[in-house]
Structure formats: structure tokens, C-alpha cells
Design a protein around this ligand. Structure first.
Ligand code: TXA
Ligand code: MG
Length: 355
């Protein structure tokens, strides 16, 4: 299959019309959102949704998010709308918040991977919304990467992973946030299953107490699998091995430099992901500055791109751990998963590795 790319910034009308036609025809279309690129199919057609799992190589017990273009579409997809969803929708939609609740009968089990709940979000990206509106169906879409790889934040990333597997990519340029939406379950006490740009504090300001799933910064325990199936799989892994070093910025940089030269001596190729605060400390080493530690949203915007670019030219990536306040939580959630939870405490003198 030949994969066509249409620049949706220049040919918005034609691109979304062709894309909507493909979706209605049961085919797959990759499209930009404000978080990452999605790989979309008709969310009410189980057979079309199965093609997503094939193209991604995604395990079929990992459920998908339905994307809608107007708030009123939510009532068709959920069994009913719980009270607390309303202020959340009013405050954060359109935008990077996904909410999970009991599904309506119309939602196929292919979307929910057999669960009785369904995840829904209303993206703010204009191309995404026009595509959904023209398709006249909710669009089921995971991130448009091959399963296990970093999520795509440009059309080029999608092409790397999906060339020859899908008929169309709509190119909307680089995604604004660069990490996927916050996933909030509204079953029982509201619980964040995956952190994102809409933070715990922002949600609590609207609906009161919100819990964090225990697996956000550590591997998923067996008993959590049912509530959060997506978190059990290997995620965001670039070609290179990622090691996270944690401590104060100064200690972290020192430890990273020691490791850097140790690995070079072993004959490995190594790259460092540095920050505005630490970049100068890596003079003489090969380092890519990915943003400001005090504004973790800047790190989020660049992480997946850096993992793809740097990961394809080296064997080891040394990355800095940061505080998990605000969007720092989303950043560390993705970074630790990319590293397979391989982390080093820069404070401990002997630099013992911890799991
Ligand atoms: O920003 C995003 O959310 C992007 C863009 C394309 O919208 N999409 C995305 O989809 O990240 P995906 O499939 O890569 O991640 C969806 C996450 C997975 O961790 C999945 O397990 C979880 O949401 N999820 C979906 N439905 C669920 C459900 N019913 N119960 C629990 N978790 C669910
Ligand atoms: Mg994904």
C-alpha cells in the first residue's frame, strides 16, 4: 500500500475530505492532534478498529480512545453522563483530557478491548476536529507509532513507523504538547491513569480530590492491570537504551559526565539529554538541550522527538530526572517507561543502580 501525505496546513479542506472518506470506508488515517499524532478508524465499526491493532502491532487487550468533535456526542458513547464529568468537560474540552466511564451499547468491544468502560476525548486541534466532523462518526485512535515506540509528534515520525501500512497521513506540523492526553477514570474516586498536560491540581480545582494510579512512576503491579491495561506494555522505547539519573541538577550532571566517559571507554556511543540549567556542564560531551527544567512542558514537547532522533544514532541515552510537580509528572512517567525504569541516584556516592 502506498502511503500518501497531505499537508493539512495548506490543503485543509481537501485533506480532511479525503481522510473522512477513508474513515467512512473502514480504512485508517493518521492525523495531528495537540498532543501526539493519532491513528484513526471509524470508532463504531469493530472491523475497521481491528485494522488499527494490525497496523500498530498493538496487543488487542489494550483499549483505544474515542475522539469526538462536539461535547454533545459524549452522551451517545457513555451509558449516562456522571455529574462530575460536566464541569470537567466545560473546563478542559476541547483539549488534552481523556475521561473514562461506562460505555453505551453502540461502542464496539474492539474499541474497549472487551471492557465495559470507554475512554473519550475531544481534541482541540482544528484538523482533527474537522476530520471527525466530516467523518460523522467518533474516531478511535491510539498514538500513531508502532507499538512500543515513542509516540509520533510530527508527520515524519508517523511515516517512519507506518509507511506502507496506511493509506493517508494528514500533516499538521509539530504537536503542541508532545505527550499524550491525561487519562482520568471516573469510575469510583476519579483516578489519573496516565498523567498529561491537564494536571492533578488542575482537575482538583474543578472536582475536588483526584487519585493518582500507583503505576504512574513505577511498573504496573499485577492487581492494577484490569484498571489500566495500557500501562503494562513496554512503552516509548527508542532504539537506544535510556538511563535516568536523578538528584540536584549539579549532582545529576556530574554523575552523567562520569557515566558518559565510562561508556565511551567501553566503546559505546552515548548521547546526553541536557536542559537549559545543565547544558554548560556537559562541555566536551555530546549533549542535546531539550528545554527548561523549571518548565517541564518544554521538556514534554521535545522528549519523544529527542528519543527518536538521538536514539537512532547512539547506543546509550543518559537523561536527567526532574521533580514530578505539575507537568513534571507526565515527563517522568514517559521518561521512566522509555528507560524500562532503569534509574540511578546521583546522590549515592557509589552510584548503585536502583530499580
Ligand atoms: O493524547 C492522546 O490521548 C493520544 C491522541 C492520539 O489522542 N492517544 C493516545 O492513545 O495516547 P493510546 O491508545 O496510545 O493510549 C490510550 C491509553 C492507554 O494507556 C489505554 O490503556 C488507556 O488509554 N485506556 C483506553 N481506554 C481505557 C479504558 N476503558 N480503561 C482503562 N484505560 C483505558
Ligand atoms: Mg500510545
Amino acid at each position: 500500500m502506498k502511503t500518501q501525505i497531505i499537508d493539512a496546513r495548506k490543503q485543509a479542506e481537501a485533506g480532511t475530505t479525503i481522510g473522512a472518506g477513508l474513515i467512512r470506508n473502514g480504512e485508517l488515517v493518521a492525523f495531528p492532534t495537540e498532543t501526539v499524532y493519532g491513528l484513526g478508524a471509524n470508532g463504531l465499526d469493530g472491523e475497521a478498529v481491528n485494522h488499527i491493532f494490525e497496523a500498530k502491532g498493538r496487543p488487542n487487550d489494550n483499549p483505544l480512545i474515542l475522539h469526538i468533535a462536539k461535547k454533545s456526542d459524549l452522551k451517545k458513547l457513555w451509558a449516562h453522563i456522571p455529574d462530575r464529568a460536566i464541569p470537567l468537560m466545560e473546563t478542559f474540552w476541547p483539549g488534552p483530557l481523556t475521561m473514562i466511564f461506562h460505555k453505551a451499547d453502540i461502542v464496539p468491544y474492539e474499541v474497549t478491548a472487551g471492557l465495559e468502560t470507554v475512554a473519550v476525548r475531544m481534541p482541540s486541534d482544528k484538523t482533527a476536529r474537522t476530520l471527525i466532523t466530516k467523518a460523522e462518526v467518533p474516531i478511535a485512535a491510539p498514538s500513531a507509532n508502532r507499538s512500543g515506540r515513542p509516540s509520533p509528534t510530527t508527520a515524519e515520525h508517523v511515516l517512519e513507523d507506518m509507511d506502507g501500512r496506511i493509506p493517508l497521513i494528514l500533516d499538521g506540523g509539530a504537536c503542541k504538547y508532545g505527550v499524550e492526553s491525561t487519562v482520568l477514570s471516573l469510575i469510583g474516586t476519579p483516578t489519573i491513569l496516565r498523567p498529561g498536560a491537564i494536571t492533578k491540581e488542575m482537575l482538583e480545582a474543578v472536582i475536588g480530590p483526584v487519585k493518582l494510579a500507583p503505576s504512574i512512576l513505577k511498573p504496573l503491579a499485577d492487581r492494577e492491570v484490569a484498571a489500566s491495561p495500557g500501562m503494562k506494555y513496554k512503552h516509548y522505547a527508542p532504539d537506544a537504551q535510556v538511563i535516568v539519573v536523578e538528584g540536584t541538577p549539579e549532582q545529576t550532571a556530574k554523575c552523567i559526565m562520569t557515566l558518559y566517559y565510562d561508556y565511551l571507554e567501553q566503546g559505546k556511543t552515548v548521547e546526553i539529554l541536557s536542559t537549559d540549567q545543565t547544558h554548560f556542564r556537559y562541555r566536551g560531551a555530546s549533549a542535546v538541550n531539550i528545554g527548561d527544567r523549571n518548565h517541564p512542558e518544554t521538556l514534554c514537547a521535545n522528549l519523544f522527538r529527542a528519543l527518536r532522533d538521538v536514539g537512532s544514532v547512539c547506543e546509550i541515552i543518559l537523561a536527567e530526572g526532574i521533580d514530578t510537580d505539575d507537568e513534571g509528572l507526565a515527563y517522568m512517567n514517559r521518561l521512566l517507561r522509555a528507560a524500562g525504569f532503569e534509574r540511578i541516584d546521583a546522590n549515592s556516592a557509589n552510584m548503585n543502580r536502583t530499580q
